[in-house]
Design a protein around this ligand. Structure first.
Ligand SMILES: *[C@@H]1O[C@H](CO)[C@@H](O)[C@H](O)[C@H]1NC(C)=O
Ligand SMILES: *[C@@H]1O[C@H](CO)[C@@H](O)[C@H](O)[C@H]1NC(C)=O
Ligand SMILES: *[C@@H]1O[C@H](CO)[C@@H](O)[C@H](O)[C@H]1NC(C)=O
Ligand SMILES: *[C@@H]1O[C@H](CO)[C@@H](O)[C@H](O)[C@H]1NC(C)=O
Ligand SMILES: *[C@@H]1O[C@H](CO)[C@@H](O)[C@H](O)[C@H]1NC(C)=O
Ligand SMILES: *[C@@H]1O[C@H](CO)[C@@H](O)[C@H](O)[C@H]1NC(C)=O
Ligand SMILES: *[C@@H]1O[C@H](CO)[C@@H](O)[C@H](O)[C@H]1NC(C)=O
Ligand SMILES: *[C@@H]1O[C@H](CO)[C@@H](O)[C@H](O)[C@H]1NC(C)=O
Length: 511
């Protein structure tokens, strides 16, 4: 997830205007580099040939043989993943079976999904227990965690997590709740091809991804595989693998890393458009939250243009030829994408809607927040669908405060109680003490959460649908779909949820 300061950062736009001329150069460089991108991620020589990548050519983590996505290797204990040929499962009456097309284009069917976050890409706030033992030693993200542990220990550590965080039971429960899609974030390291200085565990997560997809298939749940972490970090946030400066488009190796990302997409598109996966994985996220507000909207648009070309070259064009390609709004809002790539073949726009990272939205009272969700978010879904095309919300939650442990980063503090960046608390008596403790939630608060959940999904269903962030967390209930169902503020069956909240409150979706 996460746009820690999606809106706050808008003010940075002007401070970054000086970069525009540098970016013009980068745009050209990326465009020139793209034809060279149709190479395998692990084929180091060819991916480096077009530019002077300052990273070393040798690769300690590089797989010894060609580790191709079609040969992910055995999963422990040596059970190979054989894709099932049975695509007849149907998760619920609302959703067609896998072997019949899901109609993403017309808006008649809505994606009602959750993210399987904190699984194959780690996030401190989703699973603090993975980070807690190592925080004193400076661990802040997956990069520093893997680096500290070293290849062998990191592999064992992550494998224990991969094999327990998501299980068959996860899919069975989601099916029971009426969910029809899951969005699965992965890091580029899932396909290997790491440079010598990249400490990530290569290829292990690929195996677990495929195992998860088989479970999804069994329960008739469609999978959106989503590149969440690109080489160099496309946003500098911890959930991109590495917290720090953006070295993607921007930075010393930025052009090379942006170029290096493309063959990963080519591999994913090729793999998932094959007959074994086309039904169960019919939609693919090209890249999560590239920080266009910091590194340039035009540069990011240009990169997405190239990425879509690479994907379509791999899948062929036209309905039925490979997956939908989802691009993210890059934290600059949906309007910036109106008219982008008109008439393109199965491209969807993704935006992430959160109020707790924005001071103005967080400080609104609850009534205004509900109205805002219905009217402003519903209105923007309608407008974007008209002016861009199919538009989805790939992340949202019912959190109205930022009190979740580590949400703003390890040790960063919270806007809600006035411990973050010197801003005052929401109200003089606001504390985070009980905000993550469900047993302190009053019936009135649960009613508000329920209304806020409905307001959002009704708004987002003015577009192509939604994915809750996240399916579960270790201890932050407002960010957990499962906790919401258990706590009573998310309907037990999402396809049978009673009357519209927005309509009953008198709010329209037109803004
Ligand atoms: C790459 O750049 C480095 C540092 O700028 C330079 O020393 C080296 O000669 C360059 N290598 C190539 C192959 O151009
Ligand atoms: C195919 O999958 C469905 C749903 O999981 C199951 O009900 C059915 O028995 C399977 N058919 C075969 C032939 O295995
Ligand atoms: C890169 O190569 C240089 C020169 O051979 C070497 O000193 C350095 O340790 C290498 N860096 C990594 C990360 O392998
Ligand atoms: C862009 O790259 C430069 C050079 O590495 C770095 O100093 C800067 O912090 C990066 N910008 C962002 C927004 O990360
Ligand atoms: C909530 O805020 C709105 C807008 O500022 C205001 O008009 C309204 O009276 C407030 N409602 C409550 C219950 O405080
Ligand atoms: C760390 O990730 C969380 C989401 O897991 C995000 O909200 C937070 O802003 C990130 N912190 C930093 C400093 O990037
Ligand atoms: C905190 O103060 C606000 C007014 O500033 C009040 O509406 C609210 O009920 C108080 N909350 C608690 C838990 O005391
Ligand atoms: C949660 O709240 C309950 C009821 O106030 C309290 O007994 C319990 O200790 C709290 N749990 C935590 C972890 O703070």
């Amino acid at each position: 997830m996460g746009a820690p300061s999606k809106h706050d950062n808008r003010s940075c736009l002007s401070r970054h205007k000086w970069k525009i001329s540098i970016l013009a150069f980068i745009i050209i460089a990326v465009a020139v580099a793209v034809p060279l991108a149709l190479v395998k991620p692990w084929d180091k020589n060819s991916s480096d040939s077009s530019s002077n990548n300052s990273q070393n050519g040798s690769n300690g983590n590089q797989p010894t043989g060609p580790v191709t996505p079609t040969n992910p290797g055995p999963i422990p204990p040596s059970v190979p993943i054989v894709p099932s040929k049975n695509d007849t499962a149907r998760p619920n009456a609302y959703t067609p079976p896998l072997n019949e097309a899901f109609d993403y284009a017309s808006g008649k069917m809505k994606m009602r999904g959750v993210n399987l976050g904190g699984w194959l890409v780690l996030e401190p706030f989703i699973s603090p227990s993975l980070f807690d033992p190592y925080i004193k030693q400076g661990v802040i993200d997956e990069w520093t965690l893997c680096k500290l542990l070293g290849p062998e220990k990191a592999k064992a550590y992550l494998e224990a997590h991969y094999s327990s965080w998501v299980t068959e039971d996860t899919f069975s429960r989601l099916q029971g709740m009426g969910i029809n899609h899951v969005r699965i974030p992965i890091g580029f390291w899932a396909l290997g091809g790491l440079t010598a200085d990249e400490p990530y565990v290569p290829t292990l997560s690929w195996t677990y991804l495929l195992r998860g997809i088989e479970w999804a298939r069994k329960y008739g749940i469609r999978v959106m595989v989503e590149l969440h972490a690109a080489p160099g970090s496309q946003n500098g946030w911890n959930h991109s693998g590495r917290l720090g400066p953006i070295n993607w488009i921007n930075g010393t190796d930025g052009v090379a890393n942006a170029q290096r990302t493309l063959p990963y997409l080519q591999q994913l598109a090729t793999f998932f458009s094959g007959p074994d996966y086309a039904h169960v994985a019919p939609i693919m996220g090209l890249l999560n939250e590239p920080a266009a507000h910091l590194i340039g909207v035009d540069a990011v648009k240009n990169w997405y243009t190239q990425a879509i070309k690479v994907v379509r070259a791999a899948t062929g064009t036209g309905e039925g030829k490979g997956s939908w390609a989802v691009i993210h709004d890059g934290m600059v809002g949906l309007n910036a994408w109106a008219g982008f790539l008109p008439g393109s073949d199965r491209v969807m726009l993704d935006t992430h809607q959160y109020i707790m990272f924005n001071d103005d939205l967080m400080r609104m009272n609850q009534t205004t927040q509900l109205k805002f969700a219905c009217e402003t978010w519903g209105g923007s879904a309608i407008t974007s669908t008209k002016e861009f095309g199919p538009t989805m919300v790939g992340e949202f939650s019912v959190a109205v405060n930022d009190c979740a442990t580590y949400l703003n980063g390890i040790g960063a503090g919270y806007r809600w109680d006035g411990t973050y960046n010197g801003a005052p608390p929401k109200s003089p008596n606001s504390t985070c003490t009980n905000e993550n403790n469900v047993s302190t939630y009053t019936p009135e608060y649960k009613k508000f959460l329920s209304n806020y959940f409905l307001a959002q999904i009704e708004a987002f269903e003015q577009g192509a649908g939604w994915f809750y962030w996240n399916f579960k967390t270790e201890n932050n209930p407002l960010w957990s779909y499962f906790a919401g169902v258990e706590g009573g503020w998310i309907p037990k069956d999402i396809n049978n949820r009673g009357p519209s909240y927005c309509a009953s409150a008198g709010y329209s979706f037109s803004g």
